[in-house]
Write a protein that binds this ligand. Structure first.
Ligand code: ZN
Length: 250
């Protein structure tokens, strides 16, 4: 890479992500790098239709010549994720343990997990929406996120992540995952830093309960409305070493 090489402009990166279906054009996993099909050192400019997403493995295959440019172009014309409503699974998102800290909005759920055990930070009617389990000394994250109408947006199942290809934008950069429904509209924001899983924004819908994670706290709706009997707002709480965090229903 030349020192004078400019960064790819953000709007161009977004167009590339959307065109490629938020994952590697070859295999569809939602962890990606931006790659110029015709090398930048040759074309010496960022042109959107020359840039694609490749996962680290297929990026390496292309760089080493095991994956030909013709083959890459074939996949770029017909990205794997454009054929389905969700990305391929990427295994896996690493969380350190055995003591795991979920920071969800301004509430903390902290627990030490025994091997073979699990911890649900948030469970709604028996369904884990934010939690993890420990198997063979690995912490395996579990998250199920929907949009406001209950449609699937993102799932992390025992550490394996898949994302809806119907979202407006999805980024996994550094330690942070962000899903947007439009310009400036963040629907989901999560980061993982060692043993700390931070969720700043998200919607979790297990009928009839909707849980909104926002900067002010958790807001819980039931049967389409919030009321003193049927819903509440949770702000600045802390749950440490309990069997479960926020458990709604049985
Ligand atoms: Zn790939």
């Amino acid at each position: 890479m030349s020192e004078s090489r400019p960064a790819i402009p953000d709007p161009m990166k977004r167009s590339v992500r959307q065109r490629c279906g938020f994952g590697c054009v070859v295999c569809g996993v939602p962890i990606y790098q931006y790659e110029h099909m015709e090398e930048y050192s040759v074309v010496k400019e960022h042109k959107e239709d020359n840039i694609i997403l490749l996962c680290p493995n297929h990026h390496q295959d292309k760089t080493s010549g095991r994956l030909s440019i013709d083959e890459v172009k074939k996949h770029a014309e017909n990205p794997r994720n454009k054929k389905t409503d969700h990305t391929s699974p990427y295994n896996r998102l690493f969380v350190s343990g055995p003591r795991v800290e979920f920071f969800v909005s301004n509430t903390k759920y902290i627990s030490t997990i025994e091997d073979g055990g699990s911890f649900d930070a948030i469970r709604i009617f028996g369904k884990t929406v934010v939690g993890c389990k420990r198997e063979n000394d690995n912490i395996l994250l579990n998250i199920v996120m929907t949009d406001h109408s209950g449609e699937f947006v993102l799932e992390v199942s025992n550490g394996e992540i898949i994302v809806s290809t119907g979202v407006w934008d999805y980024t996994l950069e550094g330690k942070e995952i962000i899903i947007r429904s439009g310009p400036g509209q963040i629907e989901f924001k999560m980061s993982i830093d060692g043993s700390v899983v931070t969720i700043e924004k998200g919607t979790f819908f297990v009928p009839p309960v909707k849980l909104f994670i926002e900067s002010k706290g958790h807001t819980i709706w039931r049967n389409g409305q919030i009321s003193p009997q049927q819903g509440f707002v949770m702000i600045n709480c802390s749950v440490t070493d309990c069997k479960g965090g926020l458990v709604i229903g049985n």
